[in-house]
Design a protein around this ligand. Structure first.
Ligand SMILES: Nc1nc2c(ncn2[C@@H]2O[C@H](COP(=O)(O)OP(=O)(O)OP(=O)(O)O)[C@@H](O)[C@H]2O)c(=O)[nH]1
Ligand SMILES: [Mg+2]
Length: 224
């Protein structure tokens, strides 16, 4: 796919405690793959997914995967500014990871742009017998912050598309995205009506993680 062959561009960040499954969710969503071997993310990483929306517009989604480990938190915080949407991920089998979602949401509210959209995601729904967080508790928390809640399993793939696709739809509805340079040039000054958000710096200006196998992959065919 050529650089200009998309209509809108969004930057989505995933945050949450270490081990919650952020990397696995991104890998499942972008490549439909899952790996049981736990490799904790170092710093920040990203993947690209091109998505054909129902309205036939092609969205380029830049999905930023962050390290949940406390020692990387200052790096993670530096990535909040300039993102359009943030998925806060917790592990349905880990009470602490659920308790900490409040901390993550507060950190987002103090550091991200005011119009950044947030979604809460409970991962590992396949582990029915080890589950400790009820749907009702998570829904209550999401309601308190007025954000949507989704449950997913990166392992079996269920419910993974929904939080990402819903975030994209909400960003589109809110006009919280950037137009491609190509469209911007094409439309020039004649047509307005599309709200354009100027995004922050591009990935190459950010420190990347040691896992270069993931970095910036995708961007190829439309993973619609
Ligand atoms: N059963 C089950 N295990 C999962 C699921 N998602 C992730 N895991 C397991 O949890 C481990 C941690 O997942 P990661 O995606 O690496 O977690 P992370 O949130 O990226 O962690 P950090 O990079 O340290 O912040 C994985 O290696 C899997 O073993 C899931 O949906 N179900
Ligand atoms: Mg990770």
């Amino acid at each position: 796919m050529k650089e200009e062959n998309y209509d809108l561009f969004v930057k989505i960040l995933l945050v949450g405690d270490s081990g919650a499954g952020k990397t696995c969710l991104i890998l499942r969503y972008t490549d439909n793959e899952y790996n049981d071997t736990y490799q904790s993310t170092i710093g920040v990483d990203f993947k690209i997914k091109n998505k054909l929306m129902q309205n036939q517009k092609v969205a380029r989604m830049q999905l930023w995967d962050t390290a949940g480990q406390e020692r990387f938190n200052s790096i993670v915080v530096s990535y909040y500014r300039g993102v359009n949407g943030i998925l806060v991920v917790f592990d349905l089998t880990n009470e602490t990871s659920f308790q900490n979602t409040t901390k993550w949401i507060q950190q987002i509210k103090s550091n991200a742009q005011e119009n950044a959209l947030i979604t809460l995601v409970g991962n590992k729904s396949d582990m029915v017998h080890r589950r400790v967080v009820d749907r009702s508790r998570a829904e209550e928390l999401a309601k308190k912050f007025n954000i949507p809640y989704f449950e997913a399993s990166a392992k079996d793939g269920s419910g993974v598309k929904e939080p990402f696709d819903n975030m994209l739809d909400r960003l589109y509805q809110a006009g919280n995205y950037a137009e491609s340079e190509f469209n911007r040039r094409k439309n020039n000054s004649s047509e307005t009506g599309t709200k354009t958000v100027t995004l922050g710096s591009q990935p190459q200006s950010h420190p990347s993680s040691g896992k270069s196998n993931n970095s910036g992959s995708g961007g190829g065919g439309c993973g619609c």
